[in-house]
Design a protein around this ligand. Structure first.
Ligand SMILES: Nc1ncnc2c1ncn2[C@@H]1O[C@H](COP(=O)(O)OP(=O)(O)OP(=O)(O)O)[C@@H](O)[C@H]1O
Ligand SMILES: [Mg+2]
Length: 198
């Protein structure tokens, strides 16, 4: 069923760029404006998302990462995102197909293979790319997870920049303080929502 009436907003960017921080603040603010909002993320909290979090600790081959992230996406879309959109909700999702493309291409997988694998996905209505210097982002991370390494994140951020240009993301300079970044996000989302409803 594709009779969606809600709005699907995705936040993308490398580890430590502020996706969780800004998705939380944006969700609260949209709710205070009267929107009904679902805040969600990839990997999801569903069974494949949980498996994936464990699997990431094992240093799996990149193709397995890509397949698991994509399987989780398929399940998350059917189980959570589409039902919320069909109920007219605004969905704020941290990470989506563009993370699989940017990260797994940086791991050496073929870009066209990644795109084809993900050709089933529902296109978001708006993608906000939190662009940040990777050295600043790495300083912000407190964990030491699989992808949180400077030279790798430089490649990933470069891939996100290319996607942002080709796919018309709204790029936000996320290297600034939380307050100004959130203000810009709110302004851009509100302008966009207003234009959409005209
Ligand atoms: N503009 C900012 N200035 C300074 N610190 C920030 C800013 N935005 C977020 N932070 C801090 O940086 C850290 C990383 O932010 P956050 O967890 O939101 O990033 P993320 O993109 O969700 O990362 P991950 O992909 O690893 O989940 C947090 O401790 C957060 O409080
Ligand atoms: Mg996060």
């Amino acid at each position: 069923m594709e009779n969606k009436s809600g709005k699907f907003i995705v936040l993308e960017g490398i580890d430590g760029c502020g996706k969780s921080t800004h998705a939380r603040l944006l969700t609260k603010w949209l709710a205070s404006k009267g929107f009904s909002v679902l805040h969600t993320k990839e990997p999801s909290r569903g069974p494949i998302g949980l498996l994936l979090r464990q699997y990431l600790k094992l240093n799996a081959p990149p193709r397995v990462d890509a397949l698991l992230f994509t399987a989780d996406r398929a399940e998350h879309l059917e189980r959570e995102i589409k039902p919320a959109l069909n109920n007219g909700m605004v969905v704020v999702c941290e990470r989506y197909v563009y993370s699989t493309i940017a990260y797994q291409a940086a791991q050496g997988l073929n870009l066209n293979w990644l795109k084809k694998l993900n050709s089933f996905v529902l296109k978001p209505d708006l993608v906000l790319f939190l662009d940040i210097r990777p050295d600043i982002a790495v300083k912000r991370t407190t964990t030491n997870e699989k992808f949180e390494e400077l030279s790798f994140l430089k490649k990933v951020n470069a891939n996100f920049k290319k996607l942002a240009k080709n796919e018309q993301f709204l790029t936000i300079n996320a290297g600034r303080g939380k307050k100004v970044v959130q203000e810009e996000i709110r302004k851009k989302v509100l302008d966009w929502l207003t234009k959409e409803s005209l």
